[in-house]
Design a protein around this ligand. Sequence first.
Ligand SMILES: Cc1ncc(COP(=O)(O)O)c(C=O)c1O
Length: 460
Amino acid sequence: MAYKTIIEPFRIHSVEPLRLTTEEERRSALEDAGRNLFGLHAADVLIDLLTDSGTGAMSRDQWAAIQHGDESYAGSPSWYVFLEAVQELFPFRHVIPTHQGRAAEKILFTALGGPGKVVPNNTHFDTTRANVEFSGAEAVDLPIAAALHPSERHPFKGNVDLDALARLLEERAADVPVVMVTVTNNSGGGQPVSLGNLRGVRELCDRHGVPLFLDACRFAENAWFVHEREEGQARRSVKEIVREFASLADGMTMSAKKDPLANIGGWLACNDDALAARCRTLLVLTEGFPTYGGLAGRDLEAIAQGLREAVDHEYLRYRIRSTAYLGDALLRAGIPIVEPVGGHAVYLDARALLSHIPPLEYPGQVLACELYLAGGVRGCEIGTVMFGRHSDGSESPAAMDLVRLAIPRRTYTQSHIDYVIEVCEEVARRAPTLRGLRIVEEPETLRHFTARFASVPETG
Ligand SMILES: Cc1ncc(COP(=O)(O)O)c(C=O)c1O
């Protein structure tokens, strides 16, 4: 008998209290934060869906692994445990540990980027784009057309537009130091990339002699979708699929705060000896010695154990089904979301829900603020605030205005998610009364982290 209830394949071993607040208390906290949810005290948030990054619950075995942490400066046994676990899934010759994903990106694009260069990706995550652009290079997103239509269903909406990539490489291959593919495509809705599409990217890279790197933060969730949806993959294990993804690439960046189930960590890996030597030199400047790279020995142990748990089929089945549970309930309530539901998050389509608010009045930010006010739920705007400002200071609407409700791994139960559904329904009822926002203060890059907002003045 296949029962409908999603059983968390674990039981709870230690608990953290949550603090209940009133709407008045939340209004005051949000005003103090300049209506930027990144500025809140996390203790004032009830259900924190800001990110799935570093917010997962570690397992008993990860906490036990932490006790094995060896803090030797060079050549720690914990480094070898980490290296073996990484290479078991991603058999690249060089593995360079970093304190998180963006540190790997900074090193990679310092080594490969620079003015005149162009880096294609299905969709650059914000820190990836920022690191490419900070090097002076141009970051170009080449998702398939379906990715830009929130309600269009496609099993692999994270795929790269192969025709667009072929055109770019024909025109400018000499300027392309690396082609990146983000699995799953976070900024594009947490959507998977198919094995077939990655093979196509590989072929184009081979034709033009350009290396291919994965931004592989959500590699296990991506492989689960391949296992479930791609023809001929159902009988293969997630681990086999992950290894095939790795075999198609020349290297990778990783944030261990996502699928590897750790609270901190990352790495850069590649097969190119000369590139690895350059990257290790940069690593020593800012991260640390190449056998710990900004991490404690205990972190390396937690990541190694997390990697083993991340590819477990029971865990992945629960993980993907529980994200879909939230998305399906919102669809039933008539709330527009990106379809199909992705791996780590449900993305609300703020532009559709708040169609009376123009993109340059940040409907995603308005919606994210209201979810917090209505129920203490913290999501994250992924839209014009995050992507609308360009390096020349100009501003234009992002392709979509979304609010991401990212689900931390193994952290919340189904009743927490039922509560989130109720809060979303309440906000959908309030939608017609909500007003746009304007930015009153912003930094030059990555403005979504620190910008401050106020309501647009009432007209008429
Ligand atoms: C696709 C993707 N790439 C890179 C990063 C950066 O990783 P980190 O936050 O560990 O610096 C993230 C983080 O959310 C991400 O989702």
